[in-house]
Design a protein around this ligand. Structure first.
Ligand SMILES: Nc1ncnc2c1ncn2[C@@H]1O[C@H](COP(=O)(O)OP(=O)(O)O)[C@@H](O)[C@H]1O
Ligand SMILES: [Mg+2]
Length: 260
């Protein structure tokens, strides 16, 4: 199972990614959580201790490794380098493990001009396709708002794009643009999850406005999630309600994929 979680900033992508990863791990699956959001904070939602988090180096910052694998010369602009660097050993070598979940932090690459590709891009791209095409673990990807940076083949290897939406027009707008982008690259497995829900009206709003995107379920607004974020622990450890809601979402997702 390879799930990519996306949606507007602040909607609850990292929260849902953390909960689903812990649920799959508790079920006995090998889980690889991939933090692919440049604003990376999945480690904290997975409950990684501070001393482990402090030691995590995002892959994009491993300059020597990237230079060696892409055969690029660090710092030299406009050179030739390998577009298909060797990456198979990276997940095993550079992930950190806690509570049965392995975490890989991709990091961010500053975009130069449009269409620019640098060794860091090539490396992260190769790693992302390797993860999606060659891993047989449960993969939970915490992504940024869009999916446009995923290539067609990579996006098609994702089993489900789960878009987290808050009750509000802007969140729905992000859902629509992700749905549109995914159609453009031939992906139809897009689902929505409503988050921070306080009333039935808010659920109805999301169901009514998500159009033809199936809504897998809802996570209620929960002070315990806020509390978990303040304490830097996983919402999985703080809120039984989130675990129940997460399990229902997981089951609905699996059923929807079987019925496709
Ligand atoms: N169901 C919820 N109830 C209350 N607060 C929530 C809930 N889901 C997320 N939050 C809070 O909202 C903020 C953004 O959530 P986060 O998962 O980091 O969003 P994203 O990854 O989409 O940017 C965090 O402070 C988080 O604790
Ligand atoms: Mg996030």
């Amino acid at each position: 199972m390879k799930i990519a979680i996306t949606g507007k900033g602040g909607a609850g992508k990292t929260t849902l990614a953390g909960i689903l990863a812990r649920i799959y791990a508790a079920d006995g699956y090998k889980v690889l959580a991939v933090d692919a959001d440049p604003d990376s904070n999945l480690a904290s939602a997975l409950g990684f201790p501070e001393e482990v988090m402090g030691k995590i180096v995002p892959i994009s910052e491993m300059k020597d490794l990237i230079a060696q694998r892409t055969e690029a010369i660090p710092g030299l602009v406009g050179q030739m380098f390998k577009l298909n660097p060797r990456v198979e050993d990276i997940p095993q070598r550079y992930c950190v493990d806690h509570n049965g979940v392995k975490l890989l932090v991709m990091g961010t690459v500053k975009q130069g001009g449009t269409g620019c590709i640098c060794p860091e891009h090539a490396f992260l791209k190769a790693l992302m396709s390797h993860l999606l095409l060659c891993t047989n673990e449960v993969l939970i990807m915490d992504m940024e708002a869009g999916i446009e940076h995923l290539g067609r083949a990579t996006a098609q290897a994702v089993d489900a794009f789960v878009v987290v939406v808050e009750p509000g027009r802007r969140s729905i707008q992000t859902l629509k643009s992700i749905k549109k982008l995914s159609e453009d690259i031939g992906v139809n497995k897009v689902f929505a999850v409503g988050n921070k829900i306080k009333t039935q009206e808010e659920k109805d709003f999301i169901i009514n406005f998500s159009g033809d995107v199936p809504v897998l379920g809802f996570m209620s607004y929960d002070e315990k999630v806020v509390q978990a974020d303040i304490l830097g622990v996983s919402p999985y450890e703080k809120s039984q309600e989130k675990i129940r809601e997460g399990m229902a979402i997981k089951e609905k997702l699996e059923k929807s994929l079987r019925d496709l």
